[in-house]
Design a protein around this ligand. Structure first.
Ligand code: NAD
Length: 525
């Protein structure tokens, strides 16, 4: 394995397959003594990398893409083995997203990194030429979650590398092997191994990475950890992107196609066993179609097959671990105790394994329940009805989260108008979750869902800092605002302001004359 290793790491972590609970490998828990030198090596390699032509960098990414395309099945198997999701999802929501990202980077990074002219509006400033350069940060520290162990870390890593950065990546301790596989493919494709180093371990390794000499951190994970990361970053003014949790609402309007919307709700709530930051976590349905919608959801849920993700018949895999299972059960129990109707599921499935939970539908939930306020992150679809569009918008916005949302209607214009009123980083009309697979679309949230963006143009901007370079076209001319003020300076500025901003033409002409005369009389130092 290409991970940073150590002979001295005392602690190791056993990584388990969540479907079988079998140990599938062990990883060292690295600390500052291994991670700080890794960042140093990355920093040295980055200087050479940033100086190399963009085309050479992208060539390596292209080779990586080919290798990934050839090895898609084995990569999907690694993802499923450690994250539990069905192989079909590993291919569609992880491998495919990464392959597509390479296309996006190859098509966009060369132009993105080109020097950009900054035209000046002010007439005096027209004597200078302004240009904007985009400089890579240096070493980007990436800290990743377990729910999309391949796509989240790969998209961020590839974007950082393409824009001239090195990466030190701390994957989740529950799913380290997907990131290690990505690293292996990149090194096989020709990447200097110092440019991408994978440092394994739990939260302590993440904290050690934050204390090392990285130049920016891209963190994806829970709100609670995100707050800790933000605090650590603040102590050294480390720039940070935080991709945090979600509680995405789905609004189904009275004119929506019940067949389509119910299929969407079932998939949006249960795919990846509900462990998607963009999962449907709250569903609001117009009262006119509420009961038929619920009936259709229940019928479709009954047809889902829960099991080990390696079985091609499986629709819903296990949860990642016992802690997650407990959160889900607690939210469901709380809702039922509060008066919600349990229409499906609501129980663990011990006959399948220790981490399985039945896809669950709750009707008549209310906004105060934990299942409507906290991130459940499990296969639960809580539904309630609404009467008016205003009420639906209020309910959708009544959350500390703001990652994404969806609106379902047969009238696209109506859906788009409603989308503008929802406080979320992304609002989809008649679809959900698939925005993550659109490489051009910025991904990220508002409120507690995070700060900054990954993916698309905004994601590229997060990997660079803007450097403004200005050069004066008249190097032999002293600038009119320099020393040598005297009474003429006041008159000169006075006239200049009138010339530029007065509404009256006569004032402007007079101002111009006054300004020119005072300038000629002035003696600049
Ligand atoms: P988590 O916050 O428990 O862990 C995320 C990462 O942070 C792990 O690698 C972990 O080891 C590390 N970590 C833990 N403590 C740390 C510390 N003190 N300092 C630095 N690093 C530390 O999250 P998780 O359970 O792995 O992932 C699930 C969460 O991620 C959910 O809330 C989900 O919504 C969110 N998520 C968000 C997005 C998004 O794009 N917005 C995408 C995927 C997942």
């Amino acid at each position: 394995m290409n991970a940073v290793t150590t002979e001295f790491a005392v602690k190791t972590i056993a990584v388990r397959n969540p479907a079988t609970d079998e140990v599938i490998g062990e990883i060292p828990c690295l600390g500052v003594q291994e991670i700080a030198p890794a960042v140093k090596r990355a920093s040295r390699a980055q200087k050479r990398w940033a100086a190399s032509p963009v085309s050479a960098r992208l060539k390596i990414l292209r080779r990586f893409q080919q290798l990934l395309c050839e090895q898609k099945d084995s990569v999907a198997a690694i993802i499923t083995r450690e994250a539990g999701k069905p192989l079909a999802e590993a291919v569609a929501t992880e491998v495919l997203v990464v392959l597509e990202t390479v296309n996006f980077l190859v098509a966009n990074v060369p132009e993105f990194l080109q020097t950009e002219d900054v035209p000046h509006g002010s007439p005096v400033m027209k004597l200078k030429r302004g240009r904007l350069l985009r400089e890579p940060y240096g070493v980007i520290g990436i800290i990743s979650p377990w729910n999309y162990p391949f796509s989240v870390s790969s998209v961020q890593t590839l974007t950082a590398l393409a824009t001239g950065n090195a990466v030190v990546l701390k994957p989740s301790e529950f799913t380290p092997f997907s990131s290690l596989e990505m690293q292996k493919l990149l090194v096989t494709a020709g990447l200097d191994q110092d440019l991408l180093q994978v440092v394994t371990g739990d939260g302590a390794a993440g904290a050690a990475l934050l204390s090392a000499n990285i130049n920016k951190v891209i963190f994806t994970g829970s709100v609670a950890t995100g707050q800790r990361v933000a605090q650590a970053a603040a102590t050294r003014l480390l720039p940070a992107v935080l991709e945090l949790g979600g509680k995405d609402p789905m609004i189904v309007l009275d004119d929506a196609d019940v067949g389509v919307a119910s299929s969407a709700a079932v998939w949006g709530a249960f795919m990846n066993a509900g462990q998607t930051c963009l999962s449907i976590e709250r569903c609001y349905v117009h009262e006119k179609i509420y009961e038929p919608f619920l009936k259709a959801c229940v019928e479709k849920t009954a047809k889902l097959r829960v099991g080990n993700g390696v079985d091609s018949a499986t629709d819903v895999g296990p949860l990642i671990h016992q802690r997650q299972l407990k959160t889900v059960q607690t939210h469901v129990d709380d809702a039922v105790a509060g008066g919600a109707r349990l229409l499906a599921g609501g129980k663990t499935l011990p006959q399948l394994g220790v981490n399985f939970y039945a896809p669950t539908i709750l009707a008549d939930v209310d906004q105060s329940m934990r299942v409507m306020r906290e991130e459940t992150f499990g296969p639960v679809l809580p539904v309630r009805s609404f009467r008016t569009e205003d009420e639906a918008v209020d309910l959708a916005n009544d959350s500390e989260f703001g990652l994404a949302a969806s609106v379902w209607t047969s009238n696209r214009k109506r859906g788009e108008a409603l989308a503008r009123r929802i406080d979320a980083g992304t609002v989809m009309v008649n679809d959900m979750i698939s925005c993550f697979g659109i490489s051009e679309a910025p991904h990220g949230g508002v409120k507690s869902s995070g700060i900054g963006r990954t993916h698309g143009r905004f994601g590229l901007e997060e990997m660079v800092w803007p450097k403004y370079v200005d050069s004066d076209r008249l190097p032999k001319m002293k600038k009119l605002w320099w020393y040598g003020y005297g009474p003429e300076f006041g008159q000169q500025m006075n006239g200049f302001i009138e010339l530029l901003f007065s509404k009256k033409l006569t004032n402007r002409l007079r101002g111009g004359l006054k300004s020119t005369r005072s300038y000629i009389r002035r003696k600049l130092l």
